[in-house]
Write a protein that binds this ligand. Structure first.
Ligand code: GRF
Length: 225
């Protein structure tokens, strides 16, 4: 049983971002949070891949970067232990996964309980895992979208914070659909981080809580435009 994790609002909300790739979500966070207008601040970006373009985006924004190559470690436990050690040198209040292509160990997830967020390109609990745009098109769904959730030990299964719905069009391909989903990701991830930084968002015993109210099973829902 976990208690609600209450943020300490006396100091800025330092955020560490973990990524493995392009960093489109990181860029959205930089554009939305890094101007100092709110309490959130990206303290560091860590990648398991030295060639991740997200690292270049971070450097251009003057954010510290680190690379921790998982291939150097013998197994997940060893890598995650080293990752925790590295992340904690930045003493973040929040850790966000932004296209970090590693499955995390239960120990890692527990260490950041209530302060670890992920974004997933589907309307969870639908389409956990990979290739979500392709799978949505194959199923003939009329709606798709993206979800921000607290990370728990169940892969893509933690309590939902916010979801944005995207309508599927007749001539969509995985690429066109992905493009519109990404645009919505770039809206909802900074929004969720801002809520957390402002002390409005927390993880309670039964799910995510916003402004003291339970968010319910779908989180905050943003309809299709
Ligand atoms: C996004 O689609 C996100 O939902 C998923 O990984 C992708 C990362 O894209 N978890 P980017 O690197 O942020 O552009």
């Amino acid at each position: 049983m976990h208690e609600v994790v209450k943020p300490d609002l006396r100091r800025p909300c330092d955020v560490v971002v973990l990524l493995s790739g392009a960093g489109g979500n990181l860029q959205a966070m930089i554009d939305s949070l890094q101007d100092g207008s709110g309490p959130g601040r990206i303290r560091a970006v860590i990648s398991n891949r030295a060639d991740a373009y997200g690292l270049e985006r971070a450097k251009s924004a003057g954010i510290e970067t680190r690379v921790l190559d998982h291939k150097v470690y013998e197994g997940r436990e060893a890598f995650d232990t080293a990752l925790i050690e590295l992340i904690d040198t930045f003493t973040p209040k929040l850790v966000v996964l932004a296209g970090f292509m590693r499955i995390l160990t239960p120990g890692f997830v527990r260490h950041y309980h209530g302060r670890l967020l992920n974004i997933h390109p589907s309307l969870l609990p639908l389409y956990k895992g990979l290739h979500t745009h392709q799978r949505v098109l194959e199923s003939g769904d009329a709606e798709h979208g993206c979800s921000v959730h607290f990370v728990t030990e169940e892969l893509d299964g933690g309590p939902l914070v916010v979801q944005a719905v995207v309508s599927v069009e007749l001539h969509d391909t995985p690429a066109t659909l992905a493009q519109r989903v990404h645009a919505r990701e770039h809206l909802i991830y900074p929004l969720a981080i801002r809520w957390f930084a402002e002390g409005r968002l927390a993880l309670g015993e039964h799910g995510a809580i916003l402004d003291g109210q339970p968010l319910g099973p779908s989180g905050h829902l943003i309809p299709a435009i």
